[in-house]
Design a protein. Structure first.
Length: 404
């Protein structure tokens, strides 16, 4: 699309609830301006380079959208007129497949399904009139996604720039995680941000599962762009600037190479460890790390019960972890002498292990269980509400004091 190269876009980056303020900080470092945290995301402005960089470099966002059109509306016909008025033919080809999603807040509309249909009709009719061809709908893996948000009066249409959600970094193979409950990568990065972990600090995840937290940390330490190994929706749009995009990717590759050289030159500079009681998890975590573009030796993996874990490094650092939680753990163990659940016994053992060997460490635990501090036998210093998908959780922050 012939458009001045420095055109400012109105953008929105979605993220897990609870990470909005951290996402503002991250987007600002990527050049975003006029950032405003809203529930579940951040509104911001930036040129095309900022929009691409947010996709390539944001560790916290789930998706980046570009606002395309906005108007006051009263009914579904207004939504049709709005979507029909956009010059979609400048943005994507009618041969592309399409998906439309609508979200609403205090909207007077009776049916969101019908609203979705009308917006889709507006787009399809427009492209058919202009090009003689109509895009087909594909709800599973569309080439182009349009999001609409309707509130009490305003309707806004967004074009998705990300495609697959950004937490899909491209290093996890789909089949391998069946049966376990891996954290989304951007939530793992969010825990590290809320814990104020920096690559200079030792990090340990004693319930590491597939290794998500340790791998996110290692990608940060090695300055690997989270989107380095994947493609994005904006690459399929007609206004895509391939020269700019290849420059941004080349810069990212250069940064990763120079970080690797720098770390290889400073013995022991990155101190990240992960352990899990399940051997298969460790096999998987090790493989995932290498797929994520990190040298195998960068993370120290061990098969270990968290209730018996020694501190993995001589210096104190930060524990960031999400032990098992949810319905799967409600089953009570009849063998526990005091009738406490097996889960409670495991948490008590974990708390004891921390007090025994982790003096000086800061400990951050994500859990949906409000009773966690009592189970660990520790008093939390911080408690931050966060959503793991639909599950309401808290990130509990503790400090482990040395023997007195
Ligand atoms: C919720 S999952 C962690 C998922 C992980 N954050 C990821 O992204 O893959 C909890 C993990 O704790 C492990 N686990 C359960 N009990 C444990 C124990 N006593 N010691 C160490 N690991 C344990 C399970 O094998 C599981 O992998």
């Amino acid at each position: 699309m012939p458009e001045e190269p420095r055109a400012q876009f109105e953008l929105f980056a979605a993220c897990p609830r609870g990470l909005e303020a951290a996402l503002v900080d991250e987007l600002q470092t990527l050049g975003a301006v006029d950032c405003r945290a809203l529930g579940g995301g951040v509104r911001f402005r930036g040129d095309r380079a900022v929009a691409y960089a947010a996709n390539l470099w944001s560790r916290l966002a789930s998706r980046v959208l570009r606002a395309i059109a906005q108007r006051r509306y009263r009914d579904d016909d207004d939504l049709y007129r709005l979507s029909n008025s956009v010059e979609w033919e400048r943005l994507f080809d009618a041969g592309r497949t399409l998906r439309v999603d609508v979200s609403a807040q205090r909207s007077p509309l009776r049916s969101l399904n019908f609203a979705t249909l009308r917006i889709k009709d507006g787009i399809v009719d427009r492209l058919r009139t202009v090009s003689g061809e109509r895009p087909s709908i594909d709800t599973r893996s569309p080439d182009v996604r349009v999001f609409a948000h309707v509130d009490a009066r305003q309707a806004t249409l967004y074009l998705d720039l990300s495609g697959e959600p950004l937490f899909k970094r491209g290093w996890r193979s789909g089949a391998e995680d069946k049966g376990s409950a891996p954290l989304k990568e951007n939530l793992a990065a969010g825990l590290l941000a809320l814990a104020r972990w920096t690559p200079a600090m030792p990090l340990y995840d004693p319930f590491c599962g597939s290794g998500t937290i340790a791998i996110e940390a290692a990608q940060r330490a090695f300055d690997v762009a989270p989107g380095a190994a994947r493609s994005f929706g904006f690459e399929r749009l007609l206004d895509h600037d391939a020269v700019l995009w290849s420059r941004l990717r080349d810069e990212a590759a250069l940064r990763a190479r120079s970080a690797r050289r720098r770390i290889a030159g400073e013995a022991g500079a990155v101190r990240i460890a992960g352990s899990d009681v399940d051997r298969d998890c460790i096999v998987r975590a090790r493989r995932n790390l290498v797929h994520a573009g990190i040298p195998e030796a960068a993370v120290a993996w061990r098969v270990l019960d968290a209730g018996r874990a020694p501190a993995p490094f001589g210096d104190p650092g930060v524990v960031v972890t999400n032990p098992p939680y949810g319905e799967r753990l409600q089953a009570r163990s009849s063998s526990a002498p005091d009738g406490a659940s097996r889960h409670e016994a495991a948490m008590r053992a974990f708390g004891a292990a921390l007090k025994k060997d982790f003096a000086g460490w800061r400990v951050w635990v994500l859990s949906s269980d409000a009773e966690l501090p009592r189970q660990l036998g520790m008093q939390e210093r911080r408690r931050t509400p966060l959503f793991n998908g639909a599950i309401e959780c808290r990130l509990f922050g503790f400090e482990v004091y040395g023997p007195r």
